[in-house]
Design a protein around this ligand. Structure first.
Ligand code: AG3
Length: 282
């Protein structure tokens, strides 16, 4: 009999992947962690049965999370990654010789350890000299730190369970306070499509808009996330994601990307009318 992993996208919609092997399963202090090998998506891992990373489509998420802000401000040197235990965001950041320091704050050490073992595709740059790993709650870290960052990457789970504190007004305000003058925050911003994630998208946008001088969302097509239509938040103290984009940043550093390019960058901020409307009503 064949085995399938199934994620409930809504109460009435399910998404299933046929499994070659269930590689690992455990319950950490914070969440249920599973790793699988599959025919279509390669290896993937889930937290509380929600899909986090698949080998097949992780490049879309991680390239869009990192190359968008770096192209808007190539002078980014000091970066804070909240969550992102799989290491994919850090991997993309390490491709910039200009990035000097990457602090990654992940609440669940077991996620990092297991990704290093079973998902080297994303985790293999966590040993880069510029990376400092902190295993603690990101919402506490941003309250307590005296560091200043040019970029904060909130690479979180959905706003249920351990990720909840990364969607609060207090958290966003603390992030704002530790950003430099040209600071940018990008975050995983849920999907506009189904009701539950749409609700979270609106809540997050409303909070960011009230705190930052500039806040919008941009989109990418991520087949393994609910509906496949996923958003990122872009919030800044003034830098504009299109007007300020530097044309030459990828060529300058010879960074080869599979999804990201300048046309995609600009187009990602062109939002469908229903999304615009929902955000305006937020
Ligand atoms: N972060 C999780 C994105 C949201 C997934 N949600 C879902 N499947 N319902 C991914 C971490 C990648 N570094």
């Amino acid at each position: 009999m064949s085995k399938w992993f199934t994620e409930d996208w809504t109460n009435n919609v399910k998404f299933s992947i046929k499994i070659k092997e269930h590689l690992y399963s455990s319950r950490s202090k914070y969440q249920k962690i599973d790793f699988y090998d599959s025919y279509e998506f390669g290896r993937f891992f889930t937290l509380d049965d929600y899909l986090m990373v698949t080998e097949k489509d992780e490049f879309i998420y991680h390239e869009m999370m990192i190359h968008v802000p770096l192209s808007v401000n190539p002078l980014i040197k000091n970066v804070l990654v909240i969550g992102g235990g799989d290491g994919g965001s850090v991997r993309e950041l390490t491709r910039y010789p200009s990035v000097e320091k990457i602090d990654m704050v992940e609440i669940d050490e077991e996620v990092v350890k297991m990704c290093q073992k079973l998902l080297p595709l994303t985790a293999n740059k966590l040993t880069d000299k510029r990376v400092n790993l902190y295993f603690e709650d990101g919402s506490k870290f941003v309250k307590g730190t005296e560091e200043k960052y040019d970029l904060i990457v909130v690479d979180s789970t959905d706003p249920i369970g351990p990720g909840e504190g990364l969607f609060t007004t207090e958290f966003y305000q603390n992030c704002y306070n530790i950003l430099t003058e040209n600071g940018i925050l990008v975050n995983q911003h849920e999907s506009p499509y189904f009701d539950d994630t749409k609700y979270e998208m609106k809540r997050a946008h409303k909070k960011l808009k009230n705190i930052f001088e500039f806040a919008t969302v941009y989109q990418a097509f991520i087949p393994s996330y609910a509906s496949g239509h996923w958003l990122f938040g872009f919030a800044s103290k003034g830098l504009h994601p299109i007007k300020d984009v530097k044309e030459d940043v990828q060529t300058k550093f010879k960074i080869k990307t599979k999804y990201y390019n300048l046309e995609v960058h600009k187009a990602a901020f062109a939002l469908p009318n229903y999304v615009k409307q929902e955000l305006e009503n937020a």
